[in-house]
Design a protein around this ligand. Sequence first.
Ligand code: SF4
Ligand code: FE
Length: 487
Amino acid sequence: MALKTREQYYASLREMKTEVYLFGEKVDNYLDHPIIRPSTNSVAMTYYLAEKEEYADIMTATSHLTGNKINRFTHIHQNTDDLRNKVKMLRLLGQKTASCFQRCVGMDAFNAVYSTTFEIDEKYGTEYFARFKKYLVYVQDHDLVVDGAMTDPKGNRKLPPHQQEDPDLFLRVVERREDGIVVRGAKAHQTGIINSHEVLVMPTIAMGEEDKDWAVSFALPVDTKGIFIIYGRQSCDTRKLEENAEIDLGNPTFGGHEGLVIFEDVFVPNERIFLNGETEFAGMLVERFAGFHRQSYGGCKVGVGDVLIGATALAAEHNGVASVSHIKDKLIEMTHLNETLYACGIACSAEGAVTKAGSYQINLLLANICKLNVTRFPYEITRMAEDIAGGLMVTMPSEKDLRDEKLGPYVRKYLRGNAAYSTTDRLRILRLIENMTLGTAAVGYRTESLHGAGSPQAQKIVIARQGNLNHKIALAKEIAGIKDSTE
Ligand code: SF4
Ligand code: FE
């Protein structure tokens, strides 16, 4: 079976024994937990759309390893078309879920580990590449969700792993055995971790000689003994526990999630290890994963942005101001910013290049430009959405009031906007905007735009390295007629 249906995906999660904690308590049946379920629905959409003929080109691919039809989320990019289709796939999913659908971190991790293990083997004669290909075939054949886990807690940011007061603040090898290794540590902000079958761990920074025990990459089932997850709470999350609050949720069906993943002395068998002490390749792995994930944001954030722009246009309509020139101008501006992000995602894909392993990777400079724009534009888009929506978005009464026998008629009467629309629909749209800008989905749209795939400074470091300033200086000198002289 190379493609799972949405139902098979839900069923496969039910079979797992993933250890999850939320609000200090263990959650046994997490799939049916009202706070968690919307995030599972978002991942399930990656299966559902892959079943649809109309999306086959975007959502599926042919495995270069087996020749089978696979979900694109498990694919290794073979050309620049693959890179472009990835961006289109993420935009589509952003449009369908208006939230983070989580599966991209695994796809980005596969592509980074694939090309890097090839180069490690080339230098050291190790067998990581063959191991990883075998693992990938397993993932593709079972259509698995794999969480790409990079971000360590990092402790004192100025110190490398081996100088940290607590050595566990970067995930590390604590024991080396004949048949494998034992690891300890944590990975923070792990998108989609409990909706994943497997976790693929990578180092989080470039490392030096003395960081050998921290330079480690491996994959394990998420329900492996010793792994447990503390679910990250989100703004307004407990609304999902309230009865009759469907409107108040804004987006009752879909969401995203992050978690703090603890690895408490976990055994990793040899065949699942893809980096073990080759410190100089930690940086390559980080840079490649980050590059792919920065490309991803040129798709997913754009799709969510499409929904936000549409919701804002509706809010304007409900307020009766859709034809006012400055409102129209703001909607154009929001579109301009959103499409600029898309253009960056497409550009870094179109300018992609082949790796030594034969797979394709994005243009690193353009992917970082893409992500640096993402750290800014969604904030601007959000500001205009809130501007047009009006303050009611954050002051209006609850759905319970709307449904109350005494209060309901007043809410309906006084919160009515343009008489062509019902008050209920007006409130629904305002709650959706609230959800994307301030509520649970804001994790994936707003703050994640800043910090996800690396904070702005991380992109600036790559841009400084890749921007080739000296070449630009040489160009200016030539035009200005400046010769190198001691005069
Ligand atoms: Fe995918 Fe975007 Fe979520 Fe990252 S933030 S996992 S790219 S949807
Ligand atoms: Fe992310």
